[in-house]
Design a protein around this ligand. Structure first.
Ligand code: SF4
Length: 347
């Protein structure tokens, strides 16, 4: 495996990313310089993976997958929007941003009992993790408190808990941990070089800082991005390099295919070649061998043959249920039929 000596990920404030120059110096001092104990990926190394003949790439990804996971098991999560729309941010793909005119209707924070009914339904249909998403820039303390109760009650039902609430301030991750939160989702979305084309109301560093707080509170990190927003292959590789080079890569890496929603700035973006999407999944699997790679948004428009290739490339997690926050997702019965066809077991 190729190792980086040059790509120093810029993240001065966060502890979540290693400075690879320091790492190299440290390895030399300790006599570990030539040992294959730490993987750092340069962007050009990941681009080289993308450029492999498809069969070679799939073989590498599948081999890596089998070394680390049961290849016929897929983890299943359900995602519920607990507070919808009216968000002050300007993420160019998102129908929940208040500034874009979409068909999404704003809804206030759900009541605890309604969240628990949805969690029970998810559990009954086979989900093992329940993710609660709120369209906020970040939670204020008065927002956080009812969510803490939701987390505690969902956890008590025997489900793993996940939340995506936006940027976290100091101390908030610890409160979430104490309530029983297992995973926090906060996506990097794309490579740093393309980020400004998509979002202007929060910086890349803001995102890394939130991920650092999540890691610091000992909550599992769920972080990935969106593919098909007009980024280059280099930038797709750049996103994966950011994730793979964290001192501990995210436990869960959602790879979303852009769902184009009328009224958002990215509506009308050129559609991504589906094979390029599969290549992205394969490169994620190779560069983050021990992470769950989640095939996330965009599955509804994806032919089942492409989904099968994604599983072959090492995707081993999906969202289950008819809705992903505000956009569509395949029906659970459709997923069950596909899993049966492929001999995949839910875990
Ligand atoms: S992605 Fe999240 S932060 Fe960005 S506009 Fe949508 S709800 Fe707000």
């Amino acid at each position: 495996m190729l190792k980086s000596t040059e790509e120093v990920t810029q993240n001065p404030a966060s502890t979540s990313i290693i400075n690879t120059e320091l790492l190299k110096a440290c390895k030399t001092e300790t006599g570990l310089a030539n040992q294959d104990n730490v993987n750092r990926w340069r962007v050009d190394e990941i681009v080289a993976l993308f450029e492999l003949p498809f069969s070679d790439l799939m073989n590498k990804a599948q081999t890596m997958h089998r070394e680390n996971f049961n290849p016929n098991a897929v983890q299943v999560s359900t995602l519920l929007s607990i507070k919808t729309g009216g968000c002050s941010e300007d993420c160019g793909y998102c129908p929940q941003a208040a500034r874009y005119h979409t068909e999404v209707e704003d809804e206030p924070l759900m009541k605890l009992e309604d969240v628990l009914i949805a969690a029970k339904e998810a559990q009954n249909s086979g989900a093992t993790r329940f993710c609660m998403g709120a369209a906020w820039r970040g939670p204020k303390q008065r927002d956080l408190e009812p969510v803490l109760k939701m987390i505690a009650e969902v956890k008590a039902m025997g489900l793993e808990t996940c939340a995506t609430l936006g940027m976290l301030k100091d101390g908030q991750a610890e409160q979430l941990k104490d309530a029983g939160l297992d995973f926090y989702n906060h996506n990097l979305d794309t490579a740093p070089e393309f980020y400004g084309d998509v979002i202007s109301t929060r910086t890349y560093q803001d995102r890394l800082d939130t991920l650092g707080r999540v890691r610091g509170a000992d909550i599992n990190v769920c972080s990935g991005g969106i593919i098909g927003m007009g980024e280059s292959r280099n930038q797709r590789a750049g996103l994966l390099a950011q994730l793979a080079n964290m001192s501990k890569p995210p436990e869960s890496v959602p790879i979303n295919l852009l769902t184009q929603v009328e009224g958002t700035p990215l509506f009308g973006a050129d559609a991504l070649d589906p094979i390029e999407f599969v290549r992205t999944i394969a490169a994620a699997r190779i560069t983050m061998p021990q992470s769950y790679v989640r095939l996330s948004a965009g599955r509804q428009s994806m032919h089942e043959g492409i989904q099968a290739l994604c599983f072959l490339a090492g995707a081993n997690s999906i969202f289950y249920g008819e809705k992903l926050l505000t956009t569509g997702n395949p029906e659970a019965a459709t997923d069950r039929a596909l899993f049966n066809k492929l001999g995949i077991n839910k875990v």
